[in-house]
Design a protein around this ligand. Structure first.
Ligand SMILES: [Zn+2]
Length: 254
């Protein structure tokens, strides 16, 4: 179990078993039904590694998280064997995840996206073994994505439409672009001179090279490269994580 998942479940006071939303007292690990599906010795280990108050301080030890993860898997396996489903649904590996999104965000939208992207970067790293973040290097969410990815320890792959992408930007933004570019583990420069079609070619290259796409969009806004990139990713069969700016909600289209 990741510390993030622990925090989510502990904060919501829900059972830690997969797919169970039963409310439980904060210090209880699972609802009664799921708890007694955990083998006895593992139940003892959960308590042995539990430190009182960790669900309030949000500081479970790595050892506890490891035991907890094993217990969750044991329940999932027990439930699956009853239902005849495969024991543990494989979590798909998405080594490279690209992001597309609107350049102009309102302050509220930037706050929402700025909270979601670090959370997603860590979750992708922990649950989908993501190692590289593909980024179009534009202003707005692209920059937030690059920073969140680097903070989560992912490699930044910069997909630049043409060399002079940032040439007409305000000095601060240009400097930020140069700094991010310097931190990229890999870069792809698509075109040699400014042209609209290089943006589209850049987006195509990102979809081609990514195992999954994050789309930070407001689907009620019209047009724009982000929505067409989302559509292309869907057409190519890529899973898409939509960070919905209008609904303030994140969900997976798969
Ligand atoms: Zn439960």
């Amino acid at each position: 179990m990741s510390s993030e998942r622990f925090a989510e479940r502990a904060a919501a006071h829900t059972c830690h078993a997969d797919g169970c939303d039963s409310h439980v007292p904060p210090k209880m690990f699972m609802c009664r039904r799921h708890w007694f599906m955990v083998p006895r010795d593992l139940r003892d280990l959960v308590w042995a590694t539990y430190r009182p108050g960790q669900e309030v301080r949000m500081d479970p030890t790595d050892e506890y998280l490891e035991v907890a993860r094993t217990a969750i898997e044991a329940v999932a396996a027990a439930e699956a064997s009853k239902s005849g489903r495969p024991a543990i649904a494989p979590t798909p590996r998405w080594a490279r995840v690209a992001l597309t999104g609107h350049r102009a965000l309102s302050a509220d939208e930037a706050t929402f996206a700025g909270g979601e992207l670090p959370r997603l970067a860590a979750k992708l790293r922990d649950r989908h073994s993501t190692t590289a973040a593909i980024c179009g290097m534009a202003l707005g969410v692209d920059t937030l994505w690059a920073e969140a990815a680097l903070a989560a320890g992912l490699e930044l792959w910069a997909y630049i439409p043409f060399e002079t992408q940032a040439a007409r930007w305000p000095a601060d933004d240009r400097l930020r672009w140069q700094r991010l570019r310097a931190r990229a583990a890999r870069e792809v420069v698509v075109g040699d001179a400014p042209a609209t079609w290089h943006y589209h070619a850049r987006n195509d290259a990102m979809v081609r090279d990514a195992d999954a796409l994050i789309a930070v969009v407001d689907r009620t806004r019209d047009g724009g490269g982000s929505l067409s990139t989302l559509a292309k990713a869907r057409a190519a069969g890529r899973p898409v994580i939509v960070v919905d700016l209008a609904a303030r909600r994140t969900r997976l289209l798969s």
